[in-house]
Design a protein around this ligand. Structure first.
Ligand code: KG4
Ligand code: ZN
Length: 350
């Protein structure tokens, strides 16, 4: 089965073609980051308009790169939620219209399921079951994954997502959007002994997260530096180091707990923050200690992309799932409402 995918949930237009026998054939991404950067965050209306401009040229490009035409496609997958309503509607309307005119099925895919299954595009791919840590700009969740569509939410953030905390802390230090990679880069030159930020909710049982208090600690430290003669580049680096370390250690403590609770030895990390090198290193150390393994996507598939939607869509279309004729999006969509896929066939990742 060969599937074309459209991802348009936020500020990136991602298009890809995945073949169940041959693996990923082509993928392309257009990031709107530069356009939104001057506003310090994503402007939903501008995001929708840009998806309209970019989707069809990118679809033509990936078809050409995969050396195929619409006649070779067996289905279309698109992100139908969660995300920005207008941006989701662009992808949904386009996918459904193309599917109708090409007479093939279309299926709406959950964006976070896409992220969570992205490591299955890699070699070696994790086998089920595993624990997944999903860390993006909108979500921080720990999920027990027994198979495709067999998801048990173990814990989640009760306020800001990890990526959101990175972005907001970066903004307070006048760093560009999205702030995660900038904090990571600056923190590399930070003094590890100058500031200590809290590891929220690690002193009590449970697998939920909270990052807003950590963000407030960072804000108070920034204000103090400003009062003491201005926020210098070294201040920023020192704050970035301690902030990143606090987030990473908090995530690692909860991952360890989730692995103990479920008895699993495989950990998957996915979503934009899973590109963070300090987090990857920390989780490798953790999994070495418990003789387990950690899996994550290549950096370009940590952040939003079409390949993850093509992969998830292909598995579900293969199982015979498809949408009806109404165009439906889910700006909010709990992942445990997704139908299970029985007898998932291992994919070919080359
Ligand atoms: O998954 P994603 O591309 O979009 C959402 O679905 O939200 O995640 C974007 C988030 C942003 O908050 C960004 O700052 C964060 O991922 N991010 C990082 C890194 N790269 C991206 N955070 C920390 N370190 C990074 N290297
Ligand atoms: Zn995402």
């Amino acid at each position: 089965m060969r599937v074309l995918a459209i991802e348009s949930s936020c500020d990136e237009t991602g298009i890809a073609i995945y073949d169940s026998e041959l693996g990923l054939l082509s993928h392309a991404l257009y990031s709107q980051i530069e356009m939104h950067a001057i506003y310090g965050g994503v402007v939903p209306e501008l995001a929708s308009r840009d998806h309209i401009r970019k989707s069809i040229p990118l679809i033509k490009q990936v078809l050409a790169e995969a050396n195929c035409t619409s006649d070779d496609l067996d289905g279309i997958a698109y992100t139908s939620g969660p995300g920005l309503a207008g941006a989701l509607l662009v992808g949904a309307c386009l996918a459904r219209s193309l599917a109708w005119s090409w007479d093939i099925p279309a299926l709406g895919i959950h964006h976070m399921e896409g992220h969570m299954l992205a490591p299955l595009l890699e070699n070696p791919a994790p086998e089920f079951p595993f624990v997944a840590l999903l860390v993006s700009g909108g979500h921080t969740q720990l999920v027990e994954v027994s198979g495709i569509g067999q998801y048990q939410l173990l814990g989640e953030s009760i306020d800001d997502a990890a990526g959101e905390a990175f972005d907001k802390t970066a903004k307070m230090m006048d760093l560009p959007y999205p702030g995660g990679p900038h904090i990571a880069r600056l923190g590399a030159n930070g003094n590890p002994d100058r500031f200590v930020f809290p590891r929220p909710m690690t002193d009590r049982p449970g697998l939920d997260f909270s990052f807003s208090g950590l963000k407030t600690s960072a804000r108070n430290t920034i204000l103090k530096c400003q009062e003491d003669g201005g926020l210098s580049d070294q201040d920023k680096a020192d704050i970035a180091f301690s902030f990143e370390r606090a987030v990473v250690e908090t995530l690692a403590i909860k991952c360890k707990r989730a692995l103990l609770q479920t008895g699993h030895k495989r950990l998957v990390i996915a979503g934009g923050v899973s590109a963070n090198k300090t987090l990857r290193k920390k989780l490798h150390e953790l999994m070495d200690k418990v003789r387990g393994q950690v899996f994550y996507p290549r950096p370009e598939f940590c952040t939003d992309n079409g390949a993850m939607i093509a992969y998830a869509g292909c598995q579900r279309l293969l199982a015979g799932q498809k949408d009806g004729e109404e165009i439906i999006i889910h700006p909010r969509w709990p992942m445990d409402q997704l139908p299970a896929v029985e007898n998932h066939k291992e994919s070919n990742n080359g």
